[in-house]
Design a binder for this molecule. Structure first.
Ligand SMILES: [Zn+2]
Ligand SMILES: [Zn+2]
Length: 136
């Protein structure tokens, strides 16, 4: 089984994930914009048991517009975004694509939250672009 590795900018947080992501997507929601400072984040999802972290993560929890609590984990040293968890993806951990040592190892299948699309942000035109978070 292939292992994917990644971590934050300063290297204080590292992780290993077993095998390919179960899914991957771009997210254009307002919270992902604010937390990343960019037009969208890109993330892949793994079973929680398939990912091992080393180093200390800090968590920022907030209410997603679906009403569930979203937890965004980041490195307290460099601020690098690492992981995302919420009941929408129960039992899963989402890893931020840019934190992978090789971000090309995931393939986004959709660009979520098209209703918050920034005009200057561009995606593969073949990707589905639902207005929000589709039902899981
Ligand atoms: Zn760091
Ligand atoms: Zn989002």
């Amino acid at each position: 089984m292939s292992k994917l590795t990644g971590g934050c900018q300063c290297g204080a947080v590292r992780y290993e994930a077993d095998g390919p992501a179960a899914f991957a997507a771009h997210c254009q929601c307002l919270d992902c914009k604010k937390s990343s400072g960019a037009g969208h984040v890109t993330a892949g999802g793994w079973q929680e048991s398939a990912v091992k972290f080393t180093g200390q993560l800090k968590t920022y929890a907030s209410k997603a517009d679906s009403g569930v609590t979203a937890r965004r984990d980041f490195c307290p040293e460099c601020g690098g975004r690492i992981a995302f968890r919420s009941d929408t993806f129960a039992g899963m951990v989402l890893l931020m694509a840019g934190s992978l040592d090789d971000p090309s190892q995931i393939t986004p299948g959709a660009a979520l939250y098209e209703k918050h699309h920034a005009t200057w942000d561009h995606f593969d035109p073949a990707l589905p672009r639902p207005p929000g978070m589709p039902p899981q």
